[in-house]
Design a protein. Structure first.
Length: 405
């Protein structure tokens, strides 16, 4: 499914094409998060117009509501949502973490996945909650976040669930560990992830030719685990990379800091096959995009660009961290667009002053307009990155962005 187009001379950065039943994805690419089969606040037609090539939905949430049978009966995610471009689904593996160890350790997507170098590893030093999951060798027992009912995911049942959802790329069930888990726990979780990966592959092969699913041409990705421990990451990369997956995702704890994350990528990526795509789960800061692409990542997803948009934060090249918050009083009378170089609908039609007004008064239209801008900003950035790699000048582009933000 993956075609390497150009490997840059001075780094592991590369351009390629991921072929799917619903179109091609030019890589490197940002994958927009459509948790419940919808990118929050923006309809599928606008997402396509923005230039988003592929979205990722959440199998756990869709299983709870409206249910995979409903979605399958309406033509899978593509027929159900009206998004007819490439789609991924995760496995529920992150919910194993966020509803379990994430609650117990006080870390997650919102409570930072990078606790920091200055914070001890002991879970007792974090705000703790009650786990809603129970892990066994057979799978995961969840408590529904909607009605409290008991749900069970196994590697096999998740494959059947994702086959019914019909995404083009589906991920295996894994155990995502916390940055506060110790070496012994992380090693055991990694080994269980490997065993689950073998079971998922077997289930996928059994169901491959079943005509009862909405998308017969799906691709299954394995997930590399191992926390921020070099020997575990390299072992997992070799084991998962040696299995017959169509591509690979790098997941789990990436350490306590960005420096840890970069080390994890340095250990992992060289051990994965060069002829298959590599996805980085849950990362989307602009500096991290450059760091990941330079190390050989092809795609990555992150909810942050859409979440921060709804809170008033929008991307602007050259600002600190390449972002500004439109709630700030200094934009009260600012007639300029968010970004004068941006060609999105929002920047072509509205001023910072007007957008600040919408944000401060709670107008729902602000969510859509800010999200359109942030996603278009990222799709333009990814196009520039692909162009730079093709010209063997990726490092120069990265330095330009570092100097500006």
């Amino acid at each position: 499914m993956y075609e390497l187009v150009h490997q840059e001379k001075n780094s592991r950065a590369r351009t390629g094409i991921i072929h799917t039943a619903h179109g091609d994805v030019l890589t490197p690419a940002f994958v927009a998060v459509a948790t419940r089969a919808s990118v929050k606040a923006v309809e599928p037609a606008a997402i396509e117009e923005i230039g988003v090539q592929i979205v990722i939905s959440n199998s756990y949430h869709l299983h709870l509501r409206p249910g995979e049978e409903t979605i399958a009966g309406l033509g899978g995610l593509h027929g159900f949502s009206g998004w007819n471009r490439p789609t991924m689904t995760d496995s529920g593996g992150f919910q194993v973490f966020s509803l379990g160890a994430g609650k117990e350790h006080g870390v997650g997507k919102v409570a930072s996945i990078f606790p920091g170098e200055d914070r001890p590893r002991q879970p007792g030093n974090y705000k703790q909650g009650r786990s809603l999951v129970r892990l066994t060798e057979e799978g995961v027992h969840f408590r529904s976040i909607i009605d409290g009912s008991d749900r069970f995911f196994s590697p096999e049942s998740v494959i059947e669930l994702e086959r019914k959802l019909g995404a083009d790329i589906i991920l295996v069930l894994d155990e995502c560990t916390s940055p506060l888990h110790d070496y012994a726990y992380t090693k055991n979780a990694m080994a269980r992830t490997h065993r689950w990966a073998e079971r998922a592959l077997a289930a996928f092969d059994r169901l491959r030719d079943d005509p009862g699913f909405p998308n017969p041409d799906q691709h299954l990705f394995g997930i590399v685990q191992g926390g921020a421990y070099e020997d575990l990451r390299t072992e997992s990369a070799r084991v998962i990379g040696g299995m017959d997956f169509a591509g690979f995702a790098i997941g789990g704890s990436l350490g306590k800091s960005k420096a840890d994350m970069y080390r994890v990528l340095d250990w992992t990526i060289p051990l994965l096959p060069d002829d298959k795509p590599r996805h980085l789960l849950g990362i989307g800061e602009i500096a991290d995009i450059f760091a990941a692409v330079r190390r050989g990542i092809d795609t990555f997803d992150c909810a942050a660009p859409t979440r921060i948009a709804r809170n008033g934060t929008v991307f602007v090249k050259g600002a600190p961290r390449h972002r500004i918050n439109l709630r700030n009083a200094r934009f009260r009378n600012d007639p300029r667009p968010i970004d004068e170089a941006c060609d999105c609908f929002t920047c072509r039609h509205h001023s910072r002053a007007y957008l600040r007004h919408l944000c401060r008064t709670g107008e729902l239209s602000f969510y859509r307009l800010a999200t359109i801008h942030n996603l278009r900003f990222l799709t333009r950035l990814m196009a520039d990155i692909r162009t730079a790699i093709a010209a063997d000048r990726f490092a120069a582009l990265e330095e330009e962005w570092k100097a500006g933000g």
